[in-house]
Design a protein around this ligand. Structure first.
Ligand code: PMP
Length: 394
């Protein structure tokens, strides 16, 4: 049987990480994989998470299963974190999932189950996993214009024109904040226009929010998502705790189905739990437990928020420093977008050949579409990258 299997192409981002590790140059810089790194290049365990973990070690009395939906207390704190008072609890069905990826997968599964004719509209470009999971599930996918490589910002007119093709029952996937891979985001008035279009068309928004707190702040980053749930009859939300709690390997995420009609909450909840059951049964608990403890304890929560804010401001500073250095070297403002983009990533707009030159000649590793992980930089490497970008003719 196994001989029938076809080779799968290596994951490009993971292959890039491998190539970086094998590069003997000690001046090399890794701007590839989407993991936060501090100035020493480490991905630290956040203080509040560590404290919660120590506390939990003393308190934990059983390793018996949680519920199929995970611990309801986790859902409560996450609904509050993402949606604030934009909804009441009885409007939201929610299940814990293995990471944000698990939530994305379950959301697409739910779409397919509820409406096999639904097409899912995704931004061009988007996180590659969106596309590969949709293809794997056989869900028809339509790309809408999103990124303007001339302005290195959102092509809003193109996006709205493409979304005119949406039909009732289709799903439109939107990044809640910190668009991956471009770093270019809609402003709130553009969000309102998108919402009006979705309502007019009878389409269902799905929000993937994996970087809350990495852009303009915890509350700011959730504003668009909250506006969508206040305005639209039905919304799917996949949220990840990997980045903002720094618990990548614990696989902690949540899928929420929000309906203005409270009568739909029960059936949605049952279906989400059913999907967990089919795909992996009970969701992992440890990361969800830590998040619940941090968010429900005033002191831990305050400490987490201040550390997250340090992380966010550090990345903003790196953006500003890189943009300044590029302005100095190029004598122009054409790299100003780096300071405007938000989140962990920016797409530089370099050609694949220039990306290759940066790797070969300068030991600078970025994704082929010229996405850089801002957190891969530090004060020493910002000028090195800027020089290399200019030398490579970007
Ligand atoms: N959505 C987007 C857009 C992402 O960038 C990520 C992380 N790379 C995720 C979802 C989910 O990540 P995880 O499964 O690690 O929580």
């Amino acid at each position: 049987m196994f001989s029938n299997l076809k080779e799968k192409p290596a994951d490009k981002i993971l292959a890039l990480g491998q190539a970086f590790r094998e590069d003997p140059r000690d001046t090399k810089i890794d701007l590839g994989v989407g993991v936060y790194k501090d100035a020493e290049g480490k991905t630290p365990i956040m203080r509040a998470v560590k404290a919660a973990e120590q506390k939990w070690w003393g308190q934990e009395e059983t390793k018996a299963y949680t519920g199929l939906a995970g611990d309801p207390a986790f859902s409560d704190v996450m609904i509050n974190l993402v949606l604030g008072d934009a909804v009441t609890r009885d409007q939201v069905a929610a299940v814990a999932t293995p990471g944000g990826t698990g939530a994305v997968r379950q959301a697409f599964d739910l779409v397919r189950m509820a409406n096999p004719d639904a097409r899912v509209f995704v931004s061009d470009p988007t996180w590659p996993n969106h596309l590969s999971i949709l293809a794997y599930l056989g869900v028809e996918t339509v790309m809408y214009r999103y990124f303007d490589s001339e302005t290195v910002g959102v092509d809003f007119d193109g996006m709205m024109a493409d979304l005119e093709a949406v039909r009732a029952g289709d799903v439109v996937l939107l990044h809640g904040c910190c668009h991956n891979p471009t770093g270019a985001n809609l402003n709130l008035s553009q969000w309102k226009e998108v919402i009006d279009l979705l309502i007019r068309k009878g389409a269902v928004p799905m929000i993937d929010i994996a970087y809350q707190g990495f852009g303009d702040g915890l509350e700011e980053d959730a504003k668009a998502t909250r506006l969508v749930v206040k305005s639209c009859p039905e919304v799917l939300i996949a949220a990840s705790c990997s980045k903002n709690f720094g618990i990548y390997r614990e696989r902690t995420g949540i899928l929420m189905a929000v309906a203005q009609d409270r009568g739909l909450q029960k059936v949605a909840q049952g279906n989400l739990a059913y999907l967990n059951r089919q795909n992996f049964s009970f969701p992992p608990d440890h990361g969800a437990r830590l998040v619940t403890m941090v968010l429900s304890d005033d002191a831990l929560r305050a400490d987490w928020q201040s550390e997250l804010e340090e992380v966010r401001l550090g990345m903003l500073q790196l953006r500003q420093d890189l943009a300044n250095e590029l302005r100095r070297l190029s004598g122009s403002d054409r790299f100003g977008f780096i300071a405007q983009h938000r989140g962990m990533f920016s797409r530089l707009g370099a050609t694949p050949e220039q990306v290759e030159t940066l790797r070969k000649d300068h030991g600078i590793y970025m994704i082929g579409d010229s996405r850089i992980n801002i957190a891969g930089l530090n004060a020493q490497t910002v000028p090195i990258l800027a020089r290399a970008i200019i030398d490579a003719g970007v």
